[in-house]
Ligand binder design. Structure first.
Ligand code: PMP
Length: 433
């Protein structure tokens, strides 16, 4: 397997795609812009832990569609649920039995979801939690954390201002400065900056929005006690604490993140809970959720929300995950990969750090431990790019960004890990400083 492959068919599909699809991709993370250009590989099919491209090459997949695929691609139980829904009706525009069945399943795993609403993406879920928090508190400002990604709604496409007590600046063209002014961005894992922002804006703060374990500038865990402090600050301000669990929900355990015994007021979910089909969900304390129409004054709706295909696929996925021994198995594989990567990098004199939390990790090129976005940005982009391309050319699929995670699925095996490590070994040898 350790040979460089041809991707000539991928090249022609990508050229063709660019003539109709903006930039040739339906989500910018799939382009190879941040790894020196090149042609992204075009996939033809996916099965288990493997992707297969249009040239017939096979890849061990550690991207897993940026998180949703946790039981492997095209899992038979999920495929069957989708097929059943396709025969029995997939969109009713009325209440369906699948909605309470699904919501009860989520609530059984996460009792804090006193009330929940289904939407179609993580973006929608987070966007709506902010609206609900604003409706509940009758305030407008939001505190979020540098480097965390919360989808592409206006309010969260905002970068930090010049200090923790300054308002944000738009992070994307098209986001109004007036929206950015409602958002304060502080560094993750930094209590003093959070407290400074909190004391500056006080009772103007509607919500604190956080990824409880970060997935978007690499896997970064909160310092012990940090989330408890975030909870305390939210309580002192009378602000709503929102956990964005779009990546983390059901990724590390059967349920939400457990850290410091802290519970948020609202959650946003997506990705895994739909078993690979489009989905999002938000929910939490009943009193806050009752702001939402038809019970309350905050509006949120969706033609596709709660469609039976996504819910039945999600139910099948959650059913598989409820055998919690699979999390232990995935963690064992993740540990094997982590220690193998560290040993091989060390043997070739390449400085790397692995940030692992249970079943997911990020390999950073640099000697320092990564605890915030600034440190993640400071890692070596050239070495990452060279490593990424070497692995791809030899049949291992990573995300084309140094900030993304490697995810395990129930379908990865020890043999796949060992094959990955052999290829990584030759990559480290090639990029040795
Ligand atoms: N929140 C987090 C933490 C995410 O990682 C993402 C997507 N990567 C989103 C929200 C947005 O989800 P979606 O892409 O489904 O809109």
């Amino acid at each position: 397997m350790n040979v460089k492959r041809s991707i000539s068919q991928s090249e022609s599909w990508y050229e063709r795609a660019k003539e109709s699809i903006l930039g040739g991709v339906n989500s910018p993370a799939r382009s190879f812009k941040s790894v020196g250009g090149h042609t992204p590989v075009t996939m033809a099919r996916a099965q288990g832990a493997y992707l297969y491209d249009v040239d017939g090459n096979r890849y061990i997949d550690y991207v897993c569609a940026y998180g949703p695929i946790i039981t492997g691609h095209a899992h038979p139980a999920i495929a069957e649920a989708v097929a059943n829904a396709s025969r029995e009706g997939y969109l009713f525009g009325t209440p369906s039995v699948w909605e309470p069945l699904y919501a009860e399943r989520l609530k059984a795993a996460i009792p804090e979801l006193e009330r929940v609403r289904m939407v179609n993406s993580g973006t929608e879920a987070v966007m709506t939690t902010l609206r609900v928090a604003r409706a509940y508190t009758k305030r407008s400002r939001i505190i979020k954390f540098a480097g965390c990604y919360h989808g592409h709604s206006d309010a969260v496409l905002v970068a930090a201002g010049s200090g923790p007590s300054s308002v944000g600046v738009p992070d994307s063209a098209g986001v109004p400065a007036s929206t950015a002014q409602e958002v304060i961005t502080v560094p993750f894992n930094d209590v003093a900056s959070l407290r400074q922002a909190a004391s500056h804006y006080g009772e103007e703060i509607a919500a604190i929005l956080i990824e409880p374990v970060v997935g978007n500038f690499g896997i970064v865990t909160p310092h012990p006690g940090y989330l408890a402090e975030v909870r305390r600050v939210a309580n002192e301000l009378g602000a709503v604490l929102i956990y964005d669990e779009v990546i983390t929900g059901f990724r590390f355990r059967y349920g939400a993140v457990e850290f410091d015994d802290v519970k948020p007021d609202l959650y946003a979910f997506g990705k895994i809970i739909g078993g690979g089909l489009p989905i999002g969900a938000y929910g939490g304390r009943r009193e806050i959720m009752e702001q939402v129409s038809p019970l309350g004054p905050a509006y949120q709706a969706g033609t596709m929300a709660g469609n039976a295909i996504s819910l039945r696929a999600g139910l099948a996925c959650l059913q598989l995950l409820s055998d919690t021994t699979i999390y232990e198995r995935m963690e064992t594989l993740a540990k094997r990969l982590e220690s193998g990567l560290l040993a091989r990098a060390r043997a070739h004199g390449v400085a790397v750090t692995v940030n692992r939390y249970k079943t997911a990790f990020t390999l950073f090129f640099g000697p320092e431990k990564i605890e915030n976005y600034a440190q993640a940005m400071d890692t070596n982009s050239q070495q990452f790019s060279a490593f990424f391309h070497h692995l791809l050319e030899h049949g291992v699929h990573l995300a084309p960004s140094k900030y993304e995670a490697w995810f395990l699925t129930t379908e990865h095996t020890e043999a796949m890990i060992d094959e990955t490590l052999a290829i990584a070994d030759s990559a480290f040898a090639a990029i040795r400083p």
